[in-house]
Design a protein around this ligand. Structure first.
Ligand SMILES: O=P(O)(O)OC[C@H]1O[C@H](O[C@H]2O[C@H](CO)[C@@H](O)[C@H](O)[C@H]2O)[C@H](O)[C@@H](O)[C@@H]1O
Length: 259
């Protein structure tokens, strides 16, 4: 169904575990992925909410964790990167799935060779995957997607494709943001709490489906439909306003000691 009308999300209670996507959710899209930054005011809000939820706040992204850390700048925040290919729990333990570097190297070389004129296009080498970006050249979408399909054939069944906002990515098969949410939810202080996932893109649908199955709350940012999400916010500015209301609500909930 693509005429879904979704209402705004309620405010999470003190037993919530809050998991956010980054690009298109907490921060607006930029032409160049390296130009994205998280404003200081928003960082302070996330820190405050993390404190009020006893640490149960994390980021789940298609970016690698090192890239996320450089943007988010919240030391040791619980995170999953590369759509679930690596993760770090709130106590700082890190893990990552095996990286098939020779295949990724071959895919990067093939993509660079095939693209020819790369003006406005970007081949992003993410270590275990490779993303082909066409935000500045939307008219080349079909050509870029065709190259990605060819990369998938060359890489074989151990790899799959993930479409996103003006991007298509070759990534290891069998990982997605649903498994990423599951990994964090099985670790402290997330375990036993009600999961919330807030995201905007196709890759976030796996996470929406997962939290829905757990009886959690799923919030899509923006107008992409259809979606498995059960509530919606218009854009990253609306997300920030919602976070502001959340802080007031959590601070005034009996049992929370403002500090
Ligand atoms: O899961 P996310 O946190 O949303 O990360 C998804 C991808 O984000 C980045 O690409 C997207 O954002 C860029 C900056 O706004 C934009 O230029 C690009 O068009 C978007 O697709 C990042 O570069 C990717 O590696 C992530 O997978």
């Amino acid at each position: 169904m693509d005429d879904q009308t979704l209402s705004k999300p309620a405010l999470p209670g003190r037993n919530a575990a809050l998991l956010f996507d980054l690009d298109g959710t907490l921060v607006p899209f930029a032409d160049d992925p390296s130009l994205v930054c998280l404003p200081d005011g928003l960082r302070r809000m996330l820190l405050r909410i993390r404190h009020l939820l006893d640490g149960a706040l994390g980021i789940i992204s298609g970016r690698g964790i090192a890239d996320l850390d450089a943007i988010v700048r919240i030391p040791e925040i619980a995170a999953a990167g590369l759509h679930g290919g690596e993760w770090r729990t709130a106590d700082g333990q890190r893990a990552q799935l095996p990286v098939h570097r020779p295949i990724v190297d071959a895919a990067v070389r093939h993509a660079l060779h095939r693209l020819g004129d790369r003006e406005g296009l970007l081949v992003e080498d993410k270590g275990s995957s490779v993303a082909l970006h066409f935000r500045k050249r939307p008219e080349r979408r079909e050509e870029v997607e065709q190259i990605a399909y060819d990369l998938q054939r060359i890489a074989g069944s151990g790899f799959g494709l993930q479409k996103g906002n003006c991007v298509i990515e070759l990534k290891p098969a069998g990982i997605d943001k649903g498994t990423a949410v599951q990994r964090l939810m099985e670790s402290a202080p997330f375990r036993g709490r009600k999961p919330w996932f807030i995201g905007d893109d196709y890759t976030d649908e796996h996470a929406f489906e997962y939290v829905n199955r757990l009886g959690g709350s799923s919030v899509v940012v923006g107008g992409r439909r259809p979606t498995a999400a059960r509530a919606a916010l218009a854009d990253p500015k609306a997300v920030r306003r919602w976070l502001g209301r959340m802080i007031v609500s959590l601070e005034t909930t009996p049992g929370n000691t403002p500090s």
